[in-house]
Ligand binder design. Structure first.
Ligand SMILES: Cc1cc2nc3c(=O)[nH]c(=O)nc-3n(C[C@H](O)[C@H](O)[C@H](O)COP(=O)(O)OP(=O)(O)OC[C@H]3O[C@@H](n4cnc5c(N)ncnc54)[C@H](O)[C@@H]3O)c2cc1C
Length: 375
């Protein structure tokens, strides 16, 4: 048992595992083909208390902290779900925290509570066609006009953008960035085509366009020009979620490969009886466990309020690298079957590739780490 495990978190694992077994596994292949998860899944996840994990009860959540949401993510993937499912079902994990932190009761009532109740879907739009890494260089503009902002620009690669009822949108307000909550259906706001991807097939991804979209000033999150800081502050949770998805995917692939190597015989003996294969599995297990231990340690420090920006970046890169190596090895151990759509490991192989791109790329994490080293 690690420091992170508590009797309550063991219950949370069991709850998550039961939810995945009952509500996800029978349908996941269909959702992968459909390109999205159904809205009803949000309501079901809310009913069992999973959607609101790490959000306070005062805003409609079910309590707990970052470590609890890490447990949920870990268990979803280890019990046969996927990082794509986590991205689709828990997009509110990146769309809502800025609104909650602003303490704006009106926005909390209109967006946070219904989303945590599973009746609304939110998205976060930062990335633009001209670039995602350079957040300060955002070009979508919001010009003040009385009680409204007039927004012009476009966003791309937005998770849950097809289904979202509202989008927490980063805009330039002249002397800095601000966050505006923009409702679907606002004149001038159009959702483009569903973007087709290598992996994360059950998670819809969209391009968004804003042409003279009038957004009430009441929909601004926090003070004007505080958007950049807000985005940076909440990156820690997003990056640790992606790091968790990475090591949990690695762990799941170790489980799948171990089972496969026990069952599969070549040249008259199970694969797992060969030292080369056993050592490969041992190395994969070690990589995944070491990544998990480090991510848990950094997450514990974040949950305690420590400013560990560099460590968060290192945790993401450590977990993503472990995942890439383990997923590739797990597919190889499956032989030809590993390359087929019927093999779960094939989905993880495709899904894993985004983890070193989303939420800040591996290279941008290295920039943060280098700065932390004083370079
Ligand atoms: C499936 C998916 C879901 C996503 N979901 C969301 C979402 O919900 N909301 C959202 O806002 N965004 C989302 N994104 C966007 C994602 O965050 C960006 O793709 C990512 O931040 C990288 O930005 P970019 O694609 O513009 O690459 P660029 O910034 O153009 O970078 C291109 C390459 O150059 C490298 N690079 C850039 N700058 C430097 C530098 N200074 N030094 C060295 N190398 C550098 C990068 O690491 C990368 O390898 C999603 C993307 C995908 C694919």
């Amino acid at each position: 048992m690690t420091m992170v495990e508590t009797p309550e978190r063991r219950q949370l694992r069991e709850l998550t595992r039961a939810f995945v077994t009952r509500e996800v596994l029978p349908h996941l292949d269909d959702w992968e083909r459909a390109g999205e998860v159904p809205r009803s899944l949000h309501a079901t996840a809310a009913k069992v208390g999973l959607l609101g994990v790490s959000f306070g009860e005062s805003v409609g959540g079910s309590g707990g902290d970052l470590l609890d949401s890490i447990i949920v993510t870990e268990e979803i993937i280890r019990s046969g779900g996927s990082s794509g499912l986590v991205a689709a079902l828990f997009t509110h994990g990146i769309a809502l925290p800025h609104i909650v932190a602003s303490g704006n009761d009106d926005l909390i009532d209109r967006y946070v509570r219904p989303t945590l109740a599973g009746t609304m879907i939110g998205a976060l739009a930062v990335t633009e066609p001209d670039g995602g890494s350079d957040v300060a260089g955002i070009r979508t503009r919001a010009r003040r006009d009385g009680d409204h902002y007039v927004v012009n620009g476009s966003k791309t690669y937005i998770t849950s953008g097809i289904r979202a009822d509202f989008v927490t949108t980063a805009v330039s307000t002249g002397n800095g960035l601000s966050l505006l909550v923009i409702d679907k259906g606002t004149p001038g706001f159009t959702v483009g085509r569903r973007l087709e991807k290598l992996g994360w097939h059950c998670s819809d991804t969209a391009e968004l366009s804003f042409v003279d979209v009038r957004v009430p000033v009441a929909n601004r999150v926090g003070e004007e020009h505080t958007g950049f800081l807000a985005i940076m502050q909440h990156f820690a949770a997003e990056r640790l979620s992606l790091a968790t998805q990475a090591y949990a995917t690695a762990q799941r692939c170790v489980d799948l490969a171990t089972r496969w190597c026990r069952d599969r015989s070549t040249f008259g003996r199970p694969l797992a009886s060969r030292q080369l294969v056993r050592h490969r599995l041992a190395e994969m297990h070690t990589r995944a466990e070491a990544a998990r231990a480090y991510v848990h340690e950094v997450a514990t420090r974040v949950a305690a309020g420590e400013p560990v920006v560099t460590e968060v970046a290192m945790a993401k890169n450590v977990a993503v690298a472990a995942c890439a190596e383990v997923v590739d090895a797990a597919l190889q151990l499956h032989g030809g079957f590993g390359y087929l759509r019927d093999a779960e490991v094939e989905r993880h192989y495709r899904d894993a590739r985004i983890l070193g791109i989303g939420g800040g790329t591996t290279e941008i994490m290295n920039e943060i780490i280098a700065k932390g080293m004083g370079l």
